[in-house]
Ligand binder design. Structure first.
Ligand code: SER
Length: 610
């Protein structure tokens, strides 16, 4: 049976509902007011407080399908299984069931022909944690796997179908291995399931083929993390009050496994987009050497569409820079394949992305009108830069690896293009030198990304959470002082300050700003409780919860209430659609001072506060 993505979504949802799991709406792809991470990169991000012990209003068994972007993987795209945008199918047990039930449930979902994917269990191979100083070997999972395979008549040997690996492979936290985790971060050993495709091992990847070999025979399709530890400030681990399960499996990879085809680009979340790219570039996906470039173009344009949909526009920093790189890389690849490609051919590619996810996350007709101009504007800008870059290249009589790399950095010229253009001038550039330069840079950007991650999550994260709650108070206080024309336009939080942008029909005076500050501090002193509830969008709107007019919300939304009492959330001081996290009481925020206030556009104002 060929399962498409819509069927997979239905099966997943029905399976977990039948096991009493509540469906949680996914969080936004671009986290709001969270400076610790540029994009949502895993399903568990929204459940961090719950994994640490805060009860979740929907209970102890949860599931969702979370759109994710992992930019760290950008250089890997081009093979048959990496992509920068993907959907993570996840389920969670918050101190409810543990290893035995989790592994059985996932195994059933994979193999059952009626309620699951009907995958032949002979194709499945698993891994478990081998143990280290911090946590013991996961013998329990080994026993569970043996029994599960035994039930379907397969004798699973340790060292073959079940393999043990160190923390680099079988430990999960948002920061990676135990040593890399900041204090306060939850993590734990995990058990992964791999699908084995037909084919020969490629000895370029090592003498022996095994689950974590990169030759392409094995594909990781799901990861059950046993979240039971928290890193503490002296670098050791403490057990969490409850043992949790955090499961995630990539929708694209599960589809590939269900179809017994190792190429995720052949699944129906990619295939029609690939067709449009084939047409635009006049290159066929049936030819192996075309595949890497066609995959890169397909992946990058898809991710760009989702980013633009979530309000990102190309720029030179943060999310905007990632979007710019993705689009430029796609365009360079397009012109490498077909110098004559027409920019009009981008429209059908974008349209196919929208069609693929129409009614799931996107609205094909409506979104095309807003997304296409953003892409076209960037194409025009890039073409001008490209011309300048070409001129610069023309002036050079010799080019070293560093300069070649700079061309890549500043103009988005990939090595192959620089190399090709230089060859025409009789200059030879070695791929090896370039790779070295590239690796050094990659190290640098990895470590700065790591720093950003750690910096935000460690001791500073508490401060950003406080500022986040403070923005809700400022928002409401502006309504109190001004009028109903107030509209939040955006906000940005660092560990040192908060920034809040808003629209107002008339200019607030100095005095009015002072009033806003006083109201916020009074609410802080009132020690108001902060809580959230997940509810249908209509209900939230009826309650008068504030939302971003720019954003399309799912049917179920999370609403934060400040100052609500048990019986009446309607009378809360502030009600706002928001993913969180927030402090639990306004008294945790401390005194807030509005440091600066300025006009940033017509009827647009900005507040800086500390
Ligand atoms: N958090 C784990 C992962 O992203 C499982 O959901 O792999």
């Amino acid at each position: 049976m060929k399962i498409g993505h819509k069927k997979l979504r239905e099966l997943y949802s029905a399976f977990f509902k039948s096991l009493d799991h509540a469906e949680v709406p996914p969080s936004p792809l671009v986290p709001k007011d969270d400076p610790t991470t540029l994009f949502t990169g895993s399903g568990m991000q929204q459940f961090v407080p719950n994994l640490l012990g805060v009860p979740h209003p929907l209970g102890v068994r949860l599931f969702d399908i979370q759109p994710c972007v992992r930019v760290q993987d950008i250089e890997e795209v081009g093979d048959n299984r990496h992509d920068t945008f993907f959907e993570m199918m996840g389920n969670w047990s918050l101190g409810d069931y543990f290893k035995k039930e989790q592994l059985r449930n996932f195994f059933t979902f994979l193999t059952d022909e009626k309620i699951g994917l009907g995958i032949d269990p002979n194709r499945l191979y698993v891994t478990v944690f081998e143990g280290n100083d911090q946590a013991p070997r996961d013998d329990e999972s080994i026993e569970v796997w043996k029994a599960l395979f035994d039930e379907v008549g397969i004798k699973a040997e340790v060292g073959d179908r079940i393999r043990m690996y160190p923390a680099s492979k079988n430990w999960w936290s948002r920061a990676g291995e135990p040593e890399k985790m900041p204090a306060g971060e939850p993590g734990g050993p995990d058990s992964e399931v791999f699908y084995k495709f037909d084919g020969e091992h490629d000895s370029a990847f090592g003498d022996e083929c095994h689950q974590n070999c990169d030759c392409g025979l094995f594909l990781e399709i799901g990861n059950s993390v046993f979240m039971m530890y928290k890193k503490v400030s002296n670098g050791t681990f403490e057990e969490l009050p409850k043992t949790n399960v955090d499961f995630g499996g990539g929708l694209e990879r599960l589809l590939a496994a269900a179809q017994n085809d190792p190429d995720i680009f052949n699944t129906d979340v990619f295939s029609t987009i690939v067709k449009a790219v084939e047409k635009a570039t006049n290159h066929s996906y049936d030819v192996d050497e075309n595949k890497p470039a066609l995959r890169i173009i397909t992946d990058h344009i898809k991710t760009a569409v989702f980013m633009i949909k979530h309000g990102v526009t190309p720029s030179n920093k943060e999310q905007g820079y990632v979007l710019r790189r993705l689009l430029r890389r796609a365009l360079v690849k397009m012109s490498a394949l077909n110098e004559q490609y027409s920019i009009d051919s981008l429209e059908p590619i974008i349209y196919e992305v929208l069609q693929t996810y129409d009614d799931i996350y996107l609205d094909a007709k409506k979104d095309l009108k807003t997304i296409l101009p953003v892409v076209m504007d960037e194409v025009a800008k890039f073409q001008r830069t490209l011309e300048r870059g070409l001129k610069e290249l023309d002036k050079l009589t010799s080019v070293d690896a560093k300069q070649a790399f700079n061309l890549y950095q500043s103009y988005g010229f990939p090595f192959e293009i620089t190399q090709e253009l230089l060859e025409e001038k009789g200059i030879h550039l070695s791929q090896e030198d370039y790779d070295k330069e590239f690796a050094t840079h990659k190290e640098k950007s990895r470590s700065s990304a790591d720093l950003k991650f750690k910096g935000g999550l460690a001791d500073k994260s508490e401060q950003t959470v406080k500022y986040h709650t403070a923005t809700h108070l400022i928002h409401q206080a502006l309504f109190d002082v001004m009028d109903d024309s107030i509209r939040q336009e955006g906000s940005n939080i660092t560990a040192d300050r908060l920034r809040f942008d808003f629209y107002s029909a008339r200019k607030p005076s100095e005095e009015e700003m002072k009033k806003v500050e006083t109201i916020v501090n009074t609410r802080v002193n009132d020690a108001l409780p902060v809580a959230f509830k997940i509810m249908p969008k209509e209900e939230a709107q009826k309650l008068g919860a504030r939302s971003f007019f720019k954003e399309k919300y799912p049917d179920q939304v999370k609403v934060y209430f400040i100052g609500a009492n048990e019986n009446s959330i309607k009378d809360a001081y502030s009600k706002e659609f928001c993913g969180g996290p927030h402090v639990t009481n306004t008294s945790d925020i401390g005194t807030i001072e509005i440091e600066r206030f300025k006009k940033i556009g017509s009827n647009m104002y900005r507040i800086y506060a500390k």
